[in-house]
Design a protein around this ligand. Structure first.
Ligand SMILES: C[S@@+](CC[C@H](N)C(=O)[O-])C[C@H]1O[C@@H](n2cnc3c(N)ncnc32)[C@H](O)[C@@H]1O
Length: 244
């Protein structure tokens, strides 16, 4: 597998980089701080996912920066060199404004992409006029019954790492439940944070047990790799592929 170039969103809300890494990265410092502050407030209020809509809406109003909101598809996704998708259905979990969904759709997959944030879905539709992707608001923690075992390709990129550990036990099997017989699940996620980090998140890296927990309900691991994430603030990331 090739080692892709820097992927700003690979860091997710951990996007803050040193001041020596250029103006684009420097702008992420505020984004990471915005995300962490809103996440902490939301968690304290007992609403672990409410901060996503708050952050997207504040960003749209020009009052915050969404640290993972970049135009380019995930570098790790691009490096996977997926096969053509004609005749196959793909589901993009937590799609945000649609960068990865557009990449997968361009490969020919009939693509559905969902996010819990209505503003994120509005942004996706506005930024990609005429897109073949079906963008829709949905909650991973309340999965649609008609999506069960319905997709040949499912992408989970950078989302579970932004959920507190307490609700991952529900999120992880829900993601696997979307994969059709013979289908593939791709999981891209933080594995470690910086050694000098104070440990606060998001992101909250996935443990080995959590990445292995995707392999349930008939899903079996094809490869589970902890890869270097040079060029991002996350030293290593999980790159895992499962098949049903
Ligand atoms: C860290 S961002 C990553 C976005 C995107 N996957 C990317 O890599 O650019 C996490 C995304 O998951 C979405 N999300 C969080 N909880 C969700 C849930 N329960 N159901 C659906 N989407 C959710 C957020 O709104 C946000 O867009």
């Amino acid at each position: 597998m090739s080692s892709p170039a820097a992927d700003p969103a690979a860091a997710g809300p951990d996007g803050a980089r040193g001041p020596d890494t250029g103006s684009a990265a420097a702008s992420l410092v505020g984004g990471a701080a915005d995300a962490r502050r809103l996440a902490a407030d939301s968690l304290a209020a007992g609403d672990p996912t409410g901060w996503f809509e708050t952050l997207y809406a504040a960003s749209r109003a020009g009052n915050a920066v969404v640290p993972w909101d970049v135009a380019e598809p995930s570098a790790r996704l691009r490096a996977l060199d997926l096969p053509p998708g004609a005749g196959r259905r793909a589901l993009i979990v937590g799609c945000g404004p649609g960068r990865d969904a557009e990449h997968v759709a361009a490969l020919g997959y009939t693509t559905t992409a969902f996010d819990i944030s209505a503003t994120a879905i509005d942004l996706a539709r506005e930024r990609h006029p005429g897109s073949p992707v079906t963008y829709t608001v949905a909650d991973l923690l309340d999965p649609r019954p008609d999506w069960r075992h319905a997709f040949d390709l499912v992408l989970e990129s950078n989302n579970v790492q932004a959920l507190p550990t307490g609700i991952r036990a529900a999120a992880i099997p829900a993601i696997g439940g979307f994969v059709a017989p013979g289908g593939t699940l791709i999981v891209l996620a933080a594995a470690t944070t910086r050694i000098d980090s104070d440990g606060s998140g998001p992101p909250w890296p996935l443990t080995r047990a959590e990445i292995d927990a995707f392999a349930i309900g008939g899903l079996r691991p094809v490869s589970v790799d902890q890869v270097n994430a040079a060029g991002t603030t996350l030293p290593t990331r999980w790159q895992a592929i499962y098949r049903r």
